[in-house]
Design a protein around this ligand. Structure first.
Ligand code: HEC
Ligand code: HEC
Length: 257
């Protein structure tokens, strides 16, 4: 019998060594880092329209008026199109009603500019912002972030669950332009923050850039994809381990049962 307890102990010790190592290394690189290729060069709306008809009109309508499968794009502006295309959310690939998630962009930079020019031509809307990232505005940016963004994205922007099954993503890969765009357009379940003065929006962008420059604060990271999956992983690993130990200790080895 003491031999069996030893087995159980050895199993526990091995698990303690193996599990953190299996989860941690390189986990933060799960989302590909997308280089900011934003430039002020204008796209060609006509070239954009051709791509739009082939790749977007099935859901957004021939002239962007919207269908049952996708909202109207009249008034989303260059900022809306640029954000959705550069974060790879569009063209949408999920089940109807599912959340649009960040992916590598589906189009190269010139094609994105053409599409952006076409969508912007559909109606008056916000243009692509040019945020000023400044170290000096990090403290005020932090206050604004805690008040306006942390309830969903978490105080350190590691993401979290919001209502309706949606997830506020970690902000570890969004570029300054994308952070500024998100505030202007409010993608998905996110509210619009265009009511904040531009100086305050730039301060928030500066704080997010500051957070991104911080080294990983440590602990087991599973890609910093948010508290719900992280907690879930802990439960599954922990319960599985307890179950194994209980089975080993409880087994009547002498009778072979
Ligand atoms: C399979 C259907 C589908 C296709 C194809 C598609 N979209 Fe969408 N699009 C959606 C849905 C659904 C939403 C709303 C998603 C959300 O709430 O985040 C959306 C949202 C958007 C938005 C944000 C609208 C807003 O009000 O903020 C833009 C901009 C957009 N799409 C552009 C495009 C462009 C450009 C293309 C082509 C490259 C495209 N979409 C292809 C379904 C689609
Ligand atoms: C009510 C919850 C909520 C609040 C408050 C909120 N967000 Fe969001 N945010 C979301 C959700 C949900 C998404 C995912 C959008 C989608 O489904 O396309 C998102 C997406 C984003 C993205 C895109 C990230 C990426 O990598 O693609 C950025 C950037 C962002 N938010 C910044 C902010 C900032 C900055 C603030 C504060 C000014 C803020 N958010 C406040 C819920 C929120």
């Amino acid at each position: 019998m003491p031999r069996l307890r030893l087995y159980a102990l050895a199993l526990l010790a091995a698990a303690a060594v193996i599990i953190p190592g299996a989860v941690a290394p390189g986990a933060r690189s799960a989302i590909p880092r997308i280089a900011s290729t934003h430039s002020r060069m204008e796209g060609d709306a006509a070239a954009g329209q051709a791509v739009f008809l082939a790749r977007c009109a099935s859901c957004h309508g021939e002239v962007g008026q919207g269908t049952a499968l996708g909202p109207s794009l009249i008034g989303v502006g260059a900022a809306g199109a640029d954000f959705e295309l550069r974060t790879g959310r569009m063209p949408f690939g999920g089940a109807p009603g599912a959340q649009a998630v960040r992916k590598p962009p589906a189009f190269d930079d010139p094609t994105i500019r053409h599409l952006v020019a076409y969508v912007a031509s559909l109606g008056e809307g916000p243009s692509i912002p040019e945020p000023r990232v400044q170290t000096a505005s990090v403290p005020s940016g932090q206050r604004l972030f805690i008040a306006n963004c942390a309830p969903c994205h978490g105080a350190t922007a590691h993401g979290g669950a919001v209502g309706g099954g949606a997830l506020a993503p970690a902000l570890d890969v969004a570029t300054p332009v994308q952070v500024a765009e998100a505030m202007l357009i409010g993608p998905g379940e996110m509210p619009v923050f265009s009511g904040l003065p531009q100086g305050q929006r730039d301060a928030v962008v500066s704080y997010v850039a500051f957070l991104q420059a911080q080294p990983n604060p440590g602990g087991v990271s599973i890609g910093a994809i948010g508290p719900v999956p992280e907690g879930f992983a802990a439960w599954v690993l922990g319960l599985g381990l307890i179950l194994i130990v209980v089975l080993v200790v409880g087994h009547d080895w002498r009778r072979g049962r």
